[in-house]
Design a protein around this ligand. Structure first.
Ligand code: PLP
Length: 392
């Protein structure tokens, strides 16, 4: 018998993908210059040149069997050492290669981390607005998802609500900062207070409540701001990282899970991450990419193009009267839908070939997301459409 849940998951197309494909069809009909597609978070800054240089160097220097062979399941030692050294240089993290498990990006890292810290039936808290795939990853762990409602208009964390929602069987909290879709970086003071709450609740319920920190946008911050390093604020943090956005390598599938020495049962926990990944069919992350990361762990992206887009959109749209949170990171703006109904507003926008993603799927109705990894020309051409929609 075919598994109905799997079938439903595989057949229900994501709203974002549907929009993106609609945009492609419309571009073929009316010309790409007349479609304003803000749907998909696919990086528009090419990978830094050091990445392609490293690919060429690896191919030139290493034999083909080594480059393309299996690596150990946890990842090449050199890769883990390079990542640990980079974390230590930047955050004084105290990371060791043994604390790292190299994954095929953030998504499988999150899946493994969730399965490592939950038992079926336990609860996982997520903070709205949140990345919709969390629902899928949490269900795969057999756990229940509880959503902390969005804290409007700042999109920080509603700590009172969060505290009241932590139950005896809450095993973990997923945080994502800089945030998709709000672009907000959670403030240090908010995270410190959250850490106090989680420590108290862990004591009260007699087991650790882990933070799973989903950080594919860690390097994508603007205006001199940075996202606080969570393991220093809350020891029971598991970091899920990816180079999909920071080095513009989403199709190459490379990232890691980091379990700091401060985490409760650290050795057991990293073994559980490895075991959960194994159960999901993980064999090893792409070998060539691991060797590239061993040489590029310290490379940072040049974010000038995103920053210009961010400022142009934020300044123009707020001047028109649109309202949104300060977009300090990632490459998204999360905007209050005029009229209050984001689905209806996005549908009206779609009639004008302006493709916006309603916030409903992120657990935050009434807002829509735009992704600004697009060309500045597209932004300029789309501004009159935003204005016309507001005037309607
Ligand atoms: N988490 C968030 C918040 C994301 O936005 C994404 C991708 O867009 C992912 C995880 C998945 O990242 P990856 O492509 O590295 O699996």
């Amino acid at each position: 018998m075919i598994n109905e849940n799997a079938c439903a998951l595989g057949s229900n197309r994501s709203v974002i993908r549907e929009l993106f494909e609609y945009g492609r069809r419309r571009a073929a009909e009316v010309g790409p210059e007349n479609v304003f597609d803000y749907s998909l978070g696919n990086p528009s800054i090419p990978a830094p040149p050091q990445v392609n240089d490293a690919i060429r160097a690896v191919l030139a220097e290493l034999d083909s069997l080594t480059v393309h062979g299996y690596t150990s399941a946890v990842g090449d030692f050199d890769t883990r050492r390079a990542v640990a050294e980079d974390l230590n240089a930047r955050f004084s993290a105290g990371a060791k290669p043994e604390d790292l498990f190299i994954t095929c990006g953030a998504a499988p890292g999150l899946t493994a981390a969730l399965q490592a810290v939950t038992r079926p039936g336990e609860r996982v808290l997520v903070v709205a607005p949140y990345f919709p795939e969390y629902a899928v990853f949490i269900a795969a762990a057999g756990a229940q998802m509880d959503v902390v409602p969005a804290c409007k208009p700042t999109f920080q964390i509603d700590l009172k609500r969060m505290e009241s929602m932590i139950a005896p069987d809450t095993a973990a909290v997923i945080l994502n900062s800089p945030n998709n879709p709000s672009g907000v970086i959670y403030a240090r003071a908010v995270l410190e207070r959250l850490a106090e709450i989680l420590e108290a609740k862990s004591r009260q319920f007699g087991h650790p409540i882990y933070i799973i920190s989903d950080e594919p946008y860690r390097e994508l911050t603007y205006g001199g701001l940075t996202a606080p390093w969570l393991p220093h604020i809350y020891g029971n943090t598991v970091v899920c990282y990816s180079w999909s956005k920071s080095l513009s390598l989403p199709g190459e599938r490379i990232g890691y899970v980091y379990v700091p020495g401060s985490a409760a049962d650290q050795e057991k926990l990293i073994a559980a991450v490895a075991g959960a990944a194994r159960a999901a069919g993980h064999v090893c992350a792409p070998s060539l990419m691991q060797k590239v990361i061993a040489r590029c762990a310290g490379v940072r992206p040049d974010l000038e193009a995103y920053d210009e887009n961010r400022r142009m959109l934020y300044d123009s749209l707020t001047a028109m009267g649109y309202e949104m949170a300060e977009p300090d990171g990632a490459f998204y703006l999360f905007i209050k839908a005029p009229g209050g109904d984001a689905v209806a507003f996005s549908e009206k926008a779609k009639q004008k070939d302006l493709l916006l993603v309603p916030g409903d799927g992120f657990g935050c109705p009434g807002y829509f997301r735009i992704c600004y990894c697009v060309s500045p020309e597209m932004i300029r051409r789309s501004l009159p459409v935003f204005r016309a929609l507001l005037e309607e």
